[in-house]
Design a protein around this ligand. Structure first.
Ligand SMILES: Nc1ncnc2c1ncn2[C@@H]1O[C@H](COP(=O)(O)OP(=O)(O)OP(=O)(O)O)[C@@H](O)[C@H]1O
Length: 370
């Protein structure tokens, strides 16, 4: 193995280095650094307008960055047109050619690359089998359901055997039930293509957690935080991550001091709790910090001396349970929070006092960051 090959293997599969994009006066990306390892699935997660699609388009080559570089296996491809990058791209609207049959849609990229006929036939069949659409090869896109069209779009991207597959909200046009099915399909596909690197744009945290092994959280043209899914969910370092990934309530607490490895004691109303800390949050020692408490971690009781006093502000029935709007009273300040509880037994009327308990083990995040 040559040194050059070794260097390629060690490089991330795709990388954005200090990439900025301006569309006229709009800044869509501001100094984005992103690196995706070979075989990794990275979800780009963030609210609408945060720059996710732009980041993907820069990787695909559809948008030229105002500044910064794009690397594929360590090689600078910033100036390379999309077709010469050899990446698979699937966008929101399936963009199948309506006048071509399924098989011809899938074969399109291979024919454009002037591959021999036998190879085109073989790879088209293989790609359609991979997405479970081999029986539909002769149909036209209009004769398929939305989910089936989406699978064909994925097969078309896969047919060229791209080392990197870029998916931009591929399920956004589908209804909820079909999305669930497609997430399961994509997971199966993922398992069959362990060496393919996947970048998946979504604003749906459930999809991101189900499909990705790493998540990059974006907001306002910038990367907020990136890391393995579980780390980001359980130990977010930024309040925005805690809120966006798991809808955590951000409750101000007083940090009292360390409580062993990766934990601190905090005071929340009348209670002392143990909170987990990531490296950045540990710096909040003694300072302003907030506890990220997910709605299903709050429990609501009748008022009590060792409970956080609160007022019930609203109740919504959600089918599988109840979503409560509460206002915590914390040393004269009030803090709105949401709680998800399984039933409404024992709940007082709107405007009445309640007591709230919060478990140990919620993540502490610095209040000033994010
Ligand atoms: N072609 C364009 N011309 C001008 N502004 C654009 C263009 N494309 C995107 N923008 C702007 O750039 C910003 C980032 O857009 P982008 O599509 O990357 O966000 P996003 O996070 O993918 O959003 P969504 O989830 O709504 O698709 C937004 O403010 C958007 O309005």
């Amino acid at each position: 193995m040559t040194l050059a090959t070794l260097a390629t293997l060690a490089s991330p599969a795709v990388e954005l280095r200090d990439v900025s994009v301006h569309y006229g006066q709009t800044r869509a990306l501001a100094g984005l650094d992103l690196s995706v390892a070979r075989g990794q699935t990275l979800a780009l997660l963030g609210p609408s307008g945060s720059g996710k699609s732009t980041a993907l388009k820069v990787l695909a080559g559809f948008v030229r960055p105002t500044s910064g570089r794009v690397l594929l296996d360590g090689v600078d491809i910033t100036g390379l047109p999309p077709a010469r990058r050899g990446l698979g791209v699937v966008v929101q609207s399936y963009a199948l050619f309506p006048h071509l049959r399924v098989a011809d849609n899938v074969a399109f990229g291979l024919r454009a690359r002037r591959r021999p006929r036998s190879e085109v036939r073989e790879r088209t069949r293989e790609a359609l089998e991979l997405v479970g659409m081999a029986d539909y090869a002769r149909r036209f896109p209009r004769e398929l359901s939305g989910g089936q069209q989406q699978r064909v779009a994925i097969a078309r991207a896969l047919a060229i055997r791209p080392p990197v597959l870029l998916l931009d909200e591929p399920l956004s046009a589908l209804d909820a039930a079909l999305r669930e099915d497609m997430v399961a399909e994509l997971l199966r596909l993922r398992a069959e293509l362990p060496d393919t690197t996947l970048v998946y744009v979504t604003h749906d945290q459930g999809e991101a957690l189900a499909l990705a092994d790493h998540i990059a959280v974006m907001r306002d043209a910038r990367l907020v935080e990136t890391g393995p899914c579980e780390r980001l969910y359980r130990h977010p370092e930024h309040p925005f991550t805690a809120r966006f990934l798991g809808a955590a309530n951000l409750i101000p607490v007083e940090v009292l001091g360390p409580a062993g490895e990766g934990a601190v004691t905090v005071r929340l109303g009348p209670r002392e709790l143990t909170a987990t800390t990531a490296a950045a949050a540990a710096r909040a020692d003694g300072g302003e910090a907030v506890l990220g408490v997910r709605p299903h971690h709050l429990a609501v009781h009748a008022p009590g001396a060792d409970l956080v006093p609160a007022t019930l502000k609203g109740v919504q029935w959600r089918g599988s349970g109840y979503r409560l709007d509460l206002e915590l009273t914390l040393g004269g300040r009030s803090c709105p929070v949401r709680a998800d509880v399984p039933d409404d037994h024992g709940l007082p009327g709107i405007g009445e006092p309640v007591g709230v308990s919060i478990p140990d083990g919620c993540p502490l995040v610095p209040a000033e960051a994010g």
